[in-house]
Ligand binder design. Structure first.
Ligand code: 1CP
Length: 343
């Protein structure tokens, strides 16, 4: 069995498998070149040949244990009929969603047709992996409902997501309906990704840490538990990773109740403490500081070894605490892979 799938299945594989969030992206010259051919980012994500190529670039260079589908968490709202553009330097822009009518108008009947190119991408990736990188497993993903709702309501990125949190408090009926639609469509989308060839799936809840404990239980743990239960029923044995970023002490409740087999730790989480907080059976993933990777050398080595020491003899997947930063030298990534593999 592929080492990543073994670890996600609950085995303490050592040395641990490694892949990195945002391992495909602007720090790679070959990515910048490929990306320049399609200035529109949504079109790039929906171009199966190019998206498969972007997915495979870090695998060809570093031989990671996991390949993550090249796409974006905002393709789901786009497929549900929301306008989406990515502007250079500003990140994503969506038409802000503020009214219950707009939730009711989300096009749940045709969204799977609109993501057909993404499913085709998955098939292309799997065939190249089978031929050239038989040890690498393909990870599919969605944004978790709360994080996707943040971008849909706010209309783009934000530090505080004030409108989103205001809606959750002031119009809980509307907010819950949006979360419910995102939960149901995420289940169908992940299920379609698995049917197309994804071997594991991940839920990115990048903004989970904005919520109070009660909000976290309701909008982060609740939807994750529904998604994990449905995927477990439809696709027994396909592992799921949940990443409730900046969850703090709520990582314990998430690990116990969300029903995902593996929990991603963010940069701020202390792996020695998390190890004690979460049940033995839960796998962990993370959490090297992306700035330590950017720095490389002794800083990176010291930080990476501390994580490895804390995770010894536990089902574990080495990763970053958040995505690779664009100025990161690719040589630092190669050195990290060697270090984790004990070479
Ligand atoms: O021009 C470019 O190349 C755009 C940069 C970029 C890339 C490379 C964006 C825009 N998205 C992606 C790909 C991507 N996004 C992947 C697949 C590639 C990989 O990981 O190797 C994945 C899994 C994501 C997930 C994603 N998109 C998240 C969750 C993880 C996280 O980083 O917290 C989020 C929050 C997004 C939204 C998004 N898309 C892009 C940007 C710049 C952002 C962040 C916007 C913001 O809040 O500032």
């Amino acid at each position: 069995m592929k080492r990543l799938l073994q670890a996600l299945g609950g085995d303490a594989v050592w040395p641990p498998p490694i892949w990195l969030m945002r391992q495909a992206g602007r720090y790679l010259p070959e990515y910048r070149q490929l990306r320049a051919e399609t200035p529109d980012f949504v079109s790039f994500c929906l171009d199966p040949k190019r998206a498969a190529d972007a997915t495979l670039q870090p695998i060809r260079r570093f031989g990671m244990d996991g390949a993550i589908l090249f796409s974006d968490i905002l393709i789901l709202p786009w497929a549900l009929g929301r306008d989406l553009t990515f502007t250079e330097g500003h990140g994503p822009r969506l038409t802000p969603l503020r009214a219950v009518d707009e939730v009711l108008a989300l096009d749940k009947s045709r969204f799977l047709d609109r993501v057909a190119p993404v499913l085709e991408t998955i098939g292309l990736i799997r065939s190249e992996l089978a031929q050239k990188h038989p040890e690498t497993a393909l990870i599919g993903f969605v944004g978790a409902p709360f994080t996707v709702a943040c971008y849909m309501i706010e209309g783009g990125g934000s530090k505080e997501f004030a409108e989103t949190r205001r809606m959750a408090a002031a119009s809980p009926g509307t907010f819950d309906q949006l979360i419910a639609v995102l939960t149901e469509t995420s289940i169908d989308y992940l299920s379609a990704q698995i049917a197309a060839g994804a071997e594991a799936v991940m839920l990115f809840d990048s903004w989970a840490g904005l919520l109070s404990p009660t909000g976290f239980e309701r909008h982060v743990i609740g939807p994750a538990a529904r998604i994990a239960a449905a995927i477990g029923q439809r696709h027994p044995g396909v592992p799921m990773i949940g990443f409730p970023r900046l969850a703090g002490t709520m990582i314990a409740a998430y690990a116990e109740q969300a029903g995902v087999g593996t929990v991603g730790m963010d940069t701020a989480a202390d792996p020695r403490v998390v190890r004690r907080l979460v049940p033995e059976a839960t796998g962990l993933q993370g959490n090297l500081d992306p700035f330590a990777l950017l720095q490389g050398g002794e800083v990176m080595e010291r930080e990476a070894r501390a994580i490895l020491d804390a995770m010894n003899n536990r089902p574990f997947v080495f990763n970053l605490g958040h995505g690779v930063m664009p100025p990161t030298p690719p040589a630092h990534v190669a050195a990290l892979v060697d270090l984790v593999r004990g070479r």
